[in-house]
Design a protein around this ligand. Structure first.
Ligand SMILES: NC(=O)c1ccc[n+]([C@@H]2O[C@H](COP(=O)([O-])OP(=O)(O)OC[C@H]3O[C@@H](n4cnc5c(N)ncnc54)[C@H](OP(=O)(O)O)[C@@H]3O)[C@@H](O)[C@H]2O)c1
Length: 244
């Protein structure tokens, strides 16, 4: 399905972005893999050979965007999966934490798409997928205003970008997962195993979190020509959590 296509994937070094990269490589794509972890980038190159173009880059280094993106070939798709999750409860609100979350989760995808669009790096027919979440657009969790706000912003970005880029036949959509079993969740040390188990039990399908592969499948669909008339939308992948 993706033979001859070139896609840029941020967060390619972990979790959902890593699973998406492996899936698209398996389907014949060439992937510009963006991340900071050199071992994981090397692992992707070892796996994908010439089909992987590693781009070691801190996406919050906005001043470097033009220089770093200049050598990137014309793209048929972009996935923004890079992101961080940190609590920032009102009682202990930290502006520094807030700005750190906003920089990578919200400012980076906007700056990235703007730079690629301005540089005519997005081919006609290309598709952009932004990793939102049900947390923000659909549900709230105490202490997560900074994170949830960035994920709600992405659904707004998808609508606005969809309108701005439609004349170039470029589609923009979001995938909004519930909890996904990735490093991001493994790092939630503030939750005990019992609390995690109770949380998993709230997911009607299988009483479990999604796998990264299940989310990658939804991203792959939105990138593919099967979604040729979908733009400005958010696809929820949450095992029925928000159906309750
Ligand atoms: N996991 C969940 O439960 C869940 C649920 C809903 C939505 N999401 C969203 O899905 C996306 C992927 O989540 P995940 O679980 O796959 O996360 P993850 O396993 O923690 O991976 C995060 C990725 O973001 C990259 N990244 C973070 N800061 C960066 C920076 N400043 N510059 C460049 N890259 C940076 C990391 O790259 P390096 O490691 O190379 O620095 C890593 O590849 C996130 O946007 C997240 O908000 C996740």
């Amino acid at each position: 399905m993706f033979e001859g296509k070139t896609l840029l994937i941020t967060g390619a070094t972990s979790g959902i972005g890593f699973a998406t990269t492996r899936r698209l490589l398996a389907e014949g794509a060439r992937v510009v893999a963006v991340g900071r972890n050199p071992q994981r980038l090397a692992e992707l190159v070892q796996h994908g050979g010439d089909a992987v173009l590693p781009l070691a880059f801190d996406l919050t280094d906005f001043a470097r965007y033009r220089e770093v993106l200049a050598p990137v070939p014309a793209l048929d798709g972009l996935v923004h999966s890079a992101g961080i999750v940190e609590n920032n409860p009102l009682r202990f609100f930290s502006l520094e934490t807030h700005q750190r979350i906003v920089a990578i989760n919200q400012t980076a995808p906007l700056a990235l798409v703007a730079e690629l669009a301005r540089g005519n790096k997005l081919n006609a027919g290309s598709a952009i997928v932004l990793l939102s979440s049900i947390l923000g657009p659909e549900v709230g969790i105490k202490g997560t205003a900074s994170y949830a706000g960035t994920k709600a912003a992405l659904t707004a970005f998808a609508r606005v970008m969809a309108l701005e880029l439609a004349h170039k036949d470029i589609r923009v959509n979001c995938v909004a997962p519930g909890m996904v079993q990735t490093e991001l969740v493994d790092d939630l040390h503030q939750l005990s195993e019992e609390a995690l188990q109770a949380d998993r039990a709230r997911y009607p399908l299988g009483k479990r979190y999604a796998t990264a592969h299940e989310v990658a499948a939804a991203i792959r669909f939105l990138l593919s020509s099967d979604a040729a008339f979908m733009t400005g939308q958010t696809l929820v992948v949450d095992g029925g959590f928000t159906a309750q």
